[in-house]
Design a protein around this ligand. Structure first.
Ligand SMILES: *Cc1c(COP(=O)(O)O)cnc(C)c1O
Length: 495
């Protein structure tokens, strides 16, 4: 069956998967969604026998139906190879009754690698399929992890260049160093004076500018997006929930058909939306716990039915979740309107003009699969320490937000629960070590890396070893109002 993609904000545009990947956003500013969510066409029990790559093929072929088998296998095997430090790609680790799905074994030690290792392959394959001659300029806003994962994925990929905007004072020192040391003549990194939402809004505005698109086209460029609004980011993420279920079957923790829960530390709502798609494909997921940090706009939304971004933006120690406008929620909103594009557009317009919208009681009724939770900074740090004291396992701050929600809510359900573990503790060393003992606060970042190694016994990842000595290669900073000007300068376009 072939699946086409349509926009969440109008019914006019229908595109193939490869076209949706190239475009990133629909012309009307909406997000692409599949016309229908395909059902997994296999016996659940068989999942127990599939490797990560085989699972990826079974899932992705259903969504990327205009890719040939050869094309898709080329993408999958190019992405999920020994760039990952374990052949399992995403190991499922049991600690204190919970199952941590470790999604951080890729090149940049955050779960963004799961999708961004394959996106460049999907993008260049899509360009070839559609006869694209322009150079593809990947324009990305990052709260810290997407930037590095996208840079690593697209560096030196022919026919592409990449420009990453990040909030200058809103990412961890290791995250920043990872980005600023990125090699590759086609890579550009820009710090903005503003927060992540400013960066994301600036990027969206550039995508929506017809004038800029025309100017780019004349110079032989076109934009695409590596942000999680791109369907090429969402689809590869569905895989690991299907894979996790297969592992639970394989380990005999579940019988085929028995439900599991998932707890997902959430920012832009991409990861948890992928779990929702997996559920709708037929994976027995009972409850999706949406875990937020102190920027708990989603928690409030699930509680009240009102999405209200008019609040203070809080910088936390889980910066990749410091987000007040969760872009991918639009895809869920679209679904619970009964796929009503004009209603979805009205909500999104209200969000941008009034800063809030309220869904109808009928729509709220369709959110029963979701439970929101949030953890304060104190609770997050306490969870890191408690799980370490109990089991010796050390998790990062984002995973700890989810783990806290597990103990608050999911642990009581009696259902096997998978916690999406989204970053290596080595990426947020200072916050992690300070949670375990305040005495670490006086040490330097790299001393802390060595201390973490001693405590956890987990090998220091290559990604960290690399940046110890790497030179800073990028130093551009601009105001949030100057993002377009900066892009034009980078690409050599006139005013
Ligand atoms: C991006 C990120 C998140 C949030 O994921 P979303 O898909 O944006 O909800 C959580 N944890 C880490 C470590 C991340 O990098």
């Amino acid at each position: 069956m072939s699946i086409m993609y349509k926009s969440t904000r109008s019914n006019s545009e229908k595109v193939t998967a490869s076209q949706a990947i190239l475009k990133g956003l629909a012309e009307d500013g909406g997000l692409f969604v599949p016309e229908s969510i395909p059902a997994l066409d296999m016996d659940l029990q068989k999942l127990a026998t599939l490797s990560y790559q085989e699972t990826a093929y079974e899932v992705m072929k259903l969504y990327l139906s205009d890719f040939t088998k050869e094309e898709l296998l080329h993408c999958i095997h190019g992405a999920y190879d020994d760039k990952f430090d374990t052949p399992e790609i995403a190991p499922l680790v049991k600690k204190d009754g919970a199952f941590y799905l470790e999604l951080f074994h890729g090149k940049t030690i955050a779960f963004k690698d799961m999708a961004l290792s394959i996106l460049p392959y999907l993008m260049t394959t899509s360009a070839k399929k559609n006869g694209v001659k322009n150079e593809i300029v990947i324009l990305t806003a990052t709260s810290g992890d997407t930037g590095k994962a996208a840079l690593a994925g697209f560096a030196e990929v022919e026919g592409t260049s990449i420009i990453v905007f990040y909030p200058k004072n809103g990412v961890s020192p290791i995250q920043e160093k990872q980005m600023l040391t990125q090699k590759g003549a086609n890579t550009h990194v820009v710090g903005i004076v503003g927060n992540f939402d400013d960066a994301q809004t600036g990027v969206k505005n550039m995508f929506n500018s017809k004038e800029l698109a025309a100017q780019m086209d004349q110079a032989g460029y076109q934009f695409s997006s590596a942000n999680s609004i791109n369907i090429g980011r969402l689809v590869p993420q569905i895989v690991y929930y299907v894979y996790a279920y297969g592992r639970l079957l394989e380990k005999g923790e579940l019988q085929a058909g028995e439900p599991m829960n998932v707890v997902v530390p959430t920012g832009n709502f991409g990861n948890i939306l992928a779990a929702y798609y997996a559920k709708n494909m037929g994976i027995p997921i009972q409850t999706l716990y949406c875990a937020s940090n102190e920027n708990k706009v989603l928690y409030d939304f699930f509680q009240t039915g009102t999405y209200d971004r008019k609040r203070e933006f809080i910088l936390t120690t889980s910066p990749s979740m410091d987000i007040l406008i969760s872009s991918n929620l639009e895809r869920l909103i679209y679904r619970i309107t009964g796929e009503d594009a004009s209603q979805t557009k009205a909500f999104m317009d209200a969000l941008s003009t009034q800063g809030e919208y309220s869904i109808t009681p009928e729509m709220k009724g369709k959110l029963a699969d979701f439970v929101g939770g949030f953890a304060s900074e104190e609770e997050t740090h306490a969870t890191i320490k408690e799980v370490y004291d109990k089991t010796g396992y050390i998790m990062d701050t984002h995973t700890a937000v989810a783990s806290n929600i597990y103990y608050q809510k999911a642990a009581k359900s009696g259902i096997k629960t998978v916690i999406a573990s989204t970053a290596s503790p080595y990426k947020f060393t200072r916050s992690v070590m300070n949670s375990i003992d305040e005495k670490y606060d006086s040490m330097s970042d790299f001393e802390l890396v060595d201390e973490l190694n001693k405590l956890s016994g987990v090998k220091i990842p290559q990604a960290i070893e690399e940046i110890r000595t790497a030179p800073i290669l990028h130093d551009t900073v601009c105001d949030k109002t100057e993002m377009e000007k900066t892009v034009k300068t980078i690409l050599g376009l006139g005013e």
